[in-house]
Design a protein around this ligand. Sequence first.
Ligand code: NG6
Ligand code: CA
Length: 512
Amino acid sequence: MKTILCLLLAFGSFGGVCATEVAVPSKPNIVLILADDLGFGDTGCYGATKIPTPNIDRLGAQGLRFTDAHATSATCTPSRYSLLTGQYPWRKAGTGVLPGNAPLVIDTNQVTLASILKSAGYHTGVVGKWHLGLGGANGADWNHEIRPGPNELGFDYSFIMAATGDRVPCVYIENHRVVGLDPQDQIQVSYGKPIGDEPTGKAHPELLKMGLSLGHDGTIVDGISRIGFMTGGKSARWKDEDKADTFTQKAVNFINQNTNAPFFLYFATHDPHVPRVPHPRFVGKSGCGVRGDVIVEFDWCVGEILSTLDKLNLASNTIVILSSDNGPVLDDGYADGAVRDLNNHTPSGPLRGGKYSVYEAGTRVPFIVRWPGQVVPGVSGALVCLMDFSASFANLTGQNIPSGDAPDSVNILPALLGKSKNGRAKLVEHDGFRVLGLRNGEWKFIEPDTRVRANYSTQGELYNLTHDLGETNNLQTIQPEKSKALSADLLETLRAGRTLEAKSLLAEPLAK
Ligand code: NG6
Ligand code: CA
């Protein structure tokens, strides 16, 4: 089956006439590899020299490497919420960084990236970090069926951790069940009062194998204390050093079991998030301490996926996308030496900020698309967002998104496939909490931050990224009219409840 992709080379003319028609197979496999907190400058193909990432570099050389691709938000939950729903997270309350016992934050009636591809006939799987809540209003029942969760949102298969590596419960969940749970040793989880009689990092720092710099002083699991408290589930608890191997094995199994149908695999690694505990075979393998080592580990995971596709002869029929949920951070609560051992490596590359920031490095992430024979290798400066997968893959696979769903997802398929230099025209950037910025082409506006924190200017900020990629020269007072226009644009996107350009592009006819 081929889809005739209408490429409007003259951007903005929606007459239903195709300027160019390109036939592309409409049901390739899709593997989305999403790292956790991997920075724009953390890999070789994005300029890193101290951390060897040969597999990611190979992917970069064989694919299209984007230089202006973004998550919506500079933290995990909101970023992943938008990736799966096609809706800006700040439109919905409760999408900030979630505790490990939060209820599922996505409505099971909502269309998701997974449900779109499932409707298109794909076998869909998620392996790795979830962090979007599990269970109904009272949260998950860890000792019985855990639902709703990914399997109620369009994933046929799931093997996940509920939240983050640094949050309880420290167990894997396969489909609706905790893996390896002894029914006699029931799991309880609390994010309020301590529960159980196991030592905490707060009371027993002498038991820790990794020191703390902020928070993370709840229950000690595998020698590391976490956010929150848990008791029970001893036989089910993960070993931090095996996590990358375990997730990768499950991802590889999923591919092996789905060679006959189109499949969509969302492989969301834990690396390089905290706590950073590389398997011993990766210790000391980077020039930048433990954070570099877990990036080397992540690169190995990528290599395993690529070689599985090669072995099965699936590479040419598979779109592989590699990206990250938000920008980089060094000290994220554990005293693991990431700052001390940096060795002049620059996780953010030439960009300002990082995780938790509305400056570019908060949301601008590595982003590679490889589809041999269809996507010409190279570099693209198109403005694209992880939130755009829903509309773009609906377009590729011939699916309609009901009106009201995925309201901010823009069909950027031509840009993803390298057939157009244009992605979206505008993008709202989000620090993960409250502060918003707006990109419109080369311009970046940051709303005045008069409310909570003094991180940003109380007057607002304006940067021209063509001349000032590092956001060092605030043009707000020099070009107040430009700032005003962008501020009005931002307000319009907030008030409209949807992205206006999303609809016009979705209305574009898909020739069959
Ligand atoms: C923060 C944690 C941080 C990390 C982050 C979520 C503290 C002091 N910091 O609250 O360690 O877990 O939440 O990261 O507890 S994310 O990538 O999942 O968004
Ligand atoms: Ca993250």
